[in-house]
Design a protein around this ligand. Sequence first.
Ligand SMILES: *[C@@H]1O[C@H](CO)[C@@H](O)[C@H](O)[C@H]1NC(C)=O
Ligand SMILES: *[C@@H]1O[C@H](CO)[C@@H](O)[C@H](O)[C@H]1NC(C)=O
Ligand SMILES: *[C@@H]1O[C@H](CO)[C@@H](O)[C@H](O)[C@H]1NC(C)=O
Ligand SMILES: *[C@@H]1O[C@H](CO)[C@@H](O)[C@H](O)[C@H]1NC(C)=O
Ligand SMILES: *[C@@H]1O[C@H](CO)[C@@H](O)[C@H](O)[C@H]1NC(C)=O
Ligand SMILES: *[C@@H]1O[C@H](CO)[C@@H](O)[C@H](O)[C@H]1NC(C)=O
Ligand SMILES: CC(=O)N[C@H]1CO[C@H](CO)[C@@H](O)[C@@H]1O
Length: 414
Amino acid sequence: MEVGYWSSFWRCRLAMAIGFCILVVLNNASGSAASRLLSREQVQRYFFENGLGQTPPMGWNSWNHFGCDINESLIRETADAMVSTGLAALGYKYINLDDCWAELNRDCKGNMVPNASTFPSGIKALAHYVHRKGLKLGIYSDAGNQTCSKRMPGSLGHEEQDAKTFASWGVDYLKYDNCENNGINVKIRYPPMSEALLKTGRPIFFSMCEWGWEDPATWARSVGNSWRTTGDIEDNWISMTSIADANDRWASYAGPGGWNDPDMLEVGNGGMTTEEYRAHFSIWALAKAPLLVGCDIRAMDNTTYELLSNPEVIAVNQDKLGVQGKKVQPNNNDGLEVWAGPLHGNKVAVVLWNRSSSNATVTASWSDIGLEPGTVVHARDLWEHSTQTLVSGEISAELDSHACKMYVLTPRKC
Ligand SMILES: *[C@@H]1O[C@H](CO)[C@@H](O)[C@H](O)[C@H]1NC(C)=O
Ligand SMILES: *[C@@H]1O[C@H](CO)[C@@H](O)[C@H](O)[C@H]1NC(C)=O
Ligand SMILES: *[C@@H]1O[C@H](CO)[C@@H](O)[C@H](O)[C@H]1NC(C)=O
Ligand SMILES: *[C@@H]1O[C@H](CO)[C@@H](O)[C@H](O)[C@H]1NC(C)=O
Ligand SMILES: *[C@@H]1O[C@H](CO)[C@@H](O)[C@H](O)[C@H]1NC(C)=O
Ligand SMILES: *[C@@H]1O[C@H](CO)[C@@H](O)[C@H](O)[C@H]1NC(C)=O
Ligand SMILES: CC(=O)N[C@H]1CO[C@H](CO)[C@@H](O)[C@@H]1O
């Protein structure tokens, strides 16, 4: 099973490393035709390395809760809340603007400009404010003529200019959407922004949001730090579960530097029950998804905070091995599923999940989750914060409809 988890990721990395070396050699072979064909940017792009995303990004994004109703005081208050609630200390670092931060028209020099009534102090001042709190600022644009709201310009054809603008403002993260794209192929529209960001010299996390159109997991590692694998999430059980399944298909392609993105969290927005949100957060954490909170953290209730701030679940997401956990025991039309993935130190993360409409006992056997038969483990329940010692062969739990249990299993040392 370990081989299964690793193979695509490492095959891809190895192929890229070999390709990169060949390109470097060719590029340096003065006088050869190759050196004239390949620019340094092309070589760098072939192996998109900005040092970011060694673990999945964590932070907040304005869209799921606020849509277009954003302004600089909201963003500052959100940064304040991120720190005062303790979420920042748990790893939530990015404060990301989504659509609707800019004026519809560029200025006379063709630069994007922030909406004068909602961001009167400008993005540079906002970045400064966010940075002073020890956080990072993310921004949003679109690989098309206009963004999805049609209230601001897209960056298609303006990649270098916009990347330079973002870098000059001190932006740390770019979410790049896919609207008004004029029917041009994704693989033509996204790489120019990737190149432009690298060229600025500022490390900017590149979050590709092409909705999974061109199976980005198979090629986007050389373009961005994360790629959406699906359409937009909605704040309900059907949307959340179907997105979890669609994203699962690409598990073997994720790894340090490039992650599958099943879209931002809805935890705390009110459309699901506590157990459904617990499952949402557990599965996103296990699947090494970006953990971008999508609720109003200035006004979170205690339950929302308890879900988002569980340090043991966050630790699974941020585990240094960086292997995406996946569905290992499929839904045999009974709604009972086991999801699992390896962690560093021979540990295994497991989610038992009852997706059916009634109570159920869900069981993971060692063969499902890649443990040798007879292995004795300590089983840490990450939501109960309790440890069962000396479990062997299988682990099971009785679960309410839609509920899950999440464990880390640590093999006992002899
Ligand atoms: C490129 O070629 C020059 C001259 O042949 C050599 O000194 C240099 O080490 C080479 N650089 C790389 C990265 O191979
Ligand atoms: C800023 O946005 C928030 C959230 O939409 C809203 O509640 C608040 O009234 C806005 N503030 C201003 C000054 O417009
Ligand atoms: C700028 O913000 C104001 C206030 O929210 C809004 O009415 C206006 O439509 C925005 N401009 C654009 C181009 O989105
Ligand atoms: C986008 O812009 C291009 C170039 O300006 C133009 O040819 C095209 O019609 C525009 N597409 C849309 C969908 O507006
Ligand atoms: C939420 O938590 C705070 C601090 O732990 C506590 O004072 C408050 O009573 C809690 N509220 C509810 C509704 O449980
Ligand atoms: C389901 O489980 C909960 C507690 O886990 C219990 O309160 C409830 O009675 C159970 N329902 C059924 C139908 O067994
Ligand atoms: C709908 C459904 O499949 N519910 C199952 C939940 O789990 C219980 C206990 O295992 C089953 O009896 C139900 O059929």
